[in-house]
Design a protein around this ligand. Structure first.
Ligand code: 5AD
Ligand code: SF4
Length: 427
């Protein structure tokens, strides 16, 4: 999300004559895009700020801006405690950046952290910052209305709003024309995408279908789905199109219905399992990845074991795993005690990680001997002579070049794997 937002920011600034530099020492303006999701994300920003202090001392007219969710959350603290920050700009105020930079340049602190009910930056063509030119993010909605008890997103990114499908289609079309072969449609909860115009409503599965029609050569991915909302209709849409990737990111968070209730996730363990069964039935080739939180308020050993057994049962192909981190202002921070000791959180997280390592390795081993269509994305970072790309299931594959180039599709026979990568040759 933040990568996509930074691309919007660069576009807005370039329109008004700013240029990008790869060398921070050359910059007259430094913007740091920030995340508030967990405390350690914020800690990293405080360290980053310290690391640029010397630049500010060297160059008196350097403007430093903190943008994104942390700006929204900590406006006062940032301005009071960090006299090196000149600008604080929240995620819905990026159109104001040129004005705010001018204000900061004239010696005033520039602030805009207003959240909007409408802003989707629909008309702005993001300046792509990825280097591969093959795969890109397309933001389709902003904000979130879900109010999971642990989560700061609804407070820092505001209410949910969908982007005009016409502008999404224009952006996807332009990406394809300029050589891109994969788009990932992004939203905090893509299943609630909804756009009504002239009495006609576009839901997420309609949007996905429209994007899939741009070209059979364009791969379509999306993230993130919410287990309470993911419908059979969406799964059937994915099944109908070869170019809609067979990978679903479906954050479980916990395997305990009691904890899920406290988290305000609005589904039970049984409901989550039913959705996984539906995916397996309608999309037998589909990979499933997830997010898991260890040590949420009141979590017992039994609750934790239920998470482990869900992981085992679902056989997740990949997972993002976190220790619960209390975020000020959230429902959990207001109503529940962060009562799982840090050392227990660490033990539980480590158990989750080591189980997932086994499951990820197993999922890769099952692919050995099979042939996959791979979209070539780049040279392999480790072995420069090899190419790397991904399968529809989002697994990384490395293979010898044999005259092929990025942006092409090739069939690769997998002959071995490491814990993170499939290794094969083009057939
Ligand atoms: N503590 C730990 N993990 C969190 N996430 C969101 N908020 C928190 C928090 N307070 C995780 C969830 C979510 C992912 C994006 O980040 O697992 O799905
Ligand atoms: Fe946060 Fe829940 Fe919204 Fe995801 S769905 S952004 S976890 S409130």
């Amino acid at each position: 999300m933040n990568v996509a937002d930074s691309e919007v920011v660069v576009s807005i600034l370039k329109e008004t004559g700013f240029k990008q530099t790869d060398d921070i020492n050359d910059a007259g303006l430094i913007l740091i895009n920030t995340c508030s999701i967990r405390e350690n994300a914020e800690q990293r920003i405080w360290s980053k700020l310290k690391s640029i202090r010397h630049l500010k001392k060297k160059k008196k007219d350097l403007v430093v801006g903190l943008i994104g969710c942390m700006a929204e959350r900590l406006k006062e603290k940032i301005l009071e405690t960090e006299n090196l920050v000149d600008m604080v700009v929240g995620p819905d105020a990026y159109r104001e950046l040129p004005l705010l930079v001018a204000e900061a340049e004239s010696g005033h602190k520039a602030v805009n952290v207003l959240l909007s009910r409408e802003e989707t930056y629909a008309d702005i063509s993001p300046v792509r910052m990825d280097k591969n030119g093959v795969s890109s993010f397309v933001s389709v909605m902003r904000g979130c209305n879900n109010m999971c008890a642990y989560c700061v997103v609804p407070y820092v990114r505001g209410a949910e709003r969908s982007r005009d499908p016409q502008s999404i289609m224009r952006e996807v079309g332009e990406l394809f024309e300029s050589g891109y072969r994969e788009v990932t449609l992004l939203g905090q909860n893509v299943d609630s995408f909804k756009w009504t115009y002239d009495g006609e409503t576009t839901c997420f599965h309609d949007l996905l279908e429209k994007v899939a029609h741009v070209s059979p050569l364009l791969r379509v991915r999306f993230s993130t789905s919410h287990p309470k909302d993911i419908s059979d209709e969406l799964l059937k849409t994915i099944a109908r199109y070869d170019n809609i990737c067979k990978h679903i990111h479906l954050p479980a968070q916990s395997g305990s219905t009691r904890i899920l209730k406290l988290m305000n996730r609005e589904y039970s363990l049984e409901w989550y399992m039913d959705r996984v069964k539906a995916i397996r039935k309608i999309l037998p080739e589909c990979a499933i990845s997830t997010d898991l939180i260890a040590g949420f308020c009141t979590e017992t050993d039994e609750d934790h074991k239920l998470t482990l057994s869900l992981m085992e049962w679902a056989g997740f192909d990949f997972a993002y795993m976190f220790k619960y981190s209390e975020r000020p202002g959230t429902k959990a921070a207001r109503k529940l005690k962060d009562d799982v000791p840090e050392n227990i959180k660490t033990i539980r997280l480590n158990e989750i990680i080591s189980l997932q390592n086994k499951l990820s390795a197993k999922s890769k081993k099952l692919d050995v001997g099979k042939v996959f269509e791979v979209l070539i994305e780049d040279r392999s970072r480790r072995t420069g002579d090899n190419l790397s790309g991904r399968t529809s299931q989002n697994k990384v594959v490395v293979f010898p070049e044999e005259g092929h180039r990025k942006g092409e599709y090739v069939n690769v026979l997998i002959d071995k794997c490491t814990s993170a990568t499939l290794i094969g040759k083009i057939i």
